[in-house]
Ligand binder design. Structure first.
Ligand SMILES: Cc1cc2nc3c(=O)[nH]c(=O)nc-3n(C[C@H](O)[C@H](O)[C@H](O)COP(=O)(O)OP(=O)(O)OC[C@H]3O[C@@H](n4cnc5c(N)ncnc54)[C@H](O)[C@@H]3O)c2cc1C
Length: 247
């Protein structure tokens, strides 16, 4: 007896994997070439699928880049459904793709300071926003990315963001590891502890005023809840993108 594969309903197109980079056993980047041109705003997500299962993924690349870049974390089976399938894909394989990226988690240009708080893959939309701004800078925004992970090798874009921070006075990056004693974090010289516990310290240190500042939080729902609670009734504007529902 064969098990029926779930069928994707509605209009979809495909995308081919052009490049893949695995940087831990569970974290990988994919560069996709969509069969149809895709237009999106930095911060939006695309919906891809395989084996009849679809999930949203925030886009890392800027709209002007020729390939669509994604940062994916494997959720091992039996919990994860799509990511074990994506993890098995190789260059040349295809995924299904919904033709229109979506989402309202985009840069709020009315603010001067953009505090971007992420857990691991939650950094994706922020990288897209910053790359996009760098391609055609306008105004004087301040981008401050705070990214947390259990292990230093999961941060994914710390090299790029640190290099940008060294070159541009309006870009800041703080990486933090929540398990500093773990042998996998030997040599880590950055912050330690959970990223949500560090936001207030850095916002105060940078002197960001509430009325000029938008705090964005993306990724783990518990991190988002905590940052949101810390800034409730504070005058700071708050935006969020939860990657999954809290149990
Ligand atoms: C708007 C949006 C953007 C997203 N962008 C990304 C992205 O850029 N990169 C990315 O990897 N994922 C992203 N996700 C999550 C993604 O859609 C999938 O849920 C995830 O890849 C797991 O898929 P799955 O089918 O293997 O497991 P699912 O069936 O989707 O999830 C099963 C369970 O795994 C847990 N879970 C899901 N994701 C994670 C995770 N990253 N870490 C730990 N536990 C998790 C949750 O408890 C969830 O209920 C995004 C989600 C949303 C809503």
């Amino acid at each position: 007896m064969t098990t029926a594969q779930p069928q994707i309903k509605g209009r979809f197109t495909t995308a081919t994997i052009i490049k893949r980079f695995d940087f831990t056993r569970e974290h990988f980047k994919l560069w996709l070439k969509p069969a149809e041109p895709l237009s999106f705003q930095p911060g939006q997500y695309c919906t891809i699928g395989s084996g009849g299962i679809e999930r949203p993924y925030s886009i890392v690349s800027s709209p002007r880049e020729p390939l669509l870049e994604l940062f994916v974390e494997l959720v091992p089976p039996p919990v994860g459904q799509l990511t074990p399938l994506l993890h098995n894909l190789r260059v040349g394989d295809t995924v299904t793709m919904r033709p229109r990226p979506k989402g309202i988690f985009v840069l709020k240009p009315e603010f001067k300071n953009h505090v971007m708080v992420a857990t691991v893959t939650g950094v994706a939309p922020f990288v897209s926003m910053i790359r996009h701004w760098l391609e055609s800078p306008s105004g004087h925004p301040m981008f401050a990315v705070l990214e947390g992970a259990s292990y230093m090798d999961e941060l994914g874009y710390d090299d790029e963001l640190l290099a940008l921070a060294a070159k541009h006075s309006n870009i800041k990056f703080v990486g933090t590891c929540s398990r500093p004693q773990d042998p996998k974090n030997v040599g880590w010289k950055g912050e330690v502890g959970r990223v949500n516990a560090l936001v207030e310290k850095y916002v105060a240190q940078w002197g960001f005023k509430p009325e000029e500042t938008c705090i964005y939080a993306c990724g783990n729902p518990q991190m988002i809840e905590d940052v949101k609670a810390r800034y409730a009734n504070s005058g700071f504007h708050f935006e969020e993108e939860r990657f999954w529902k809290d149990d």
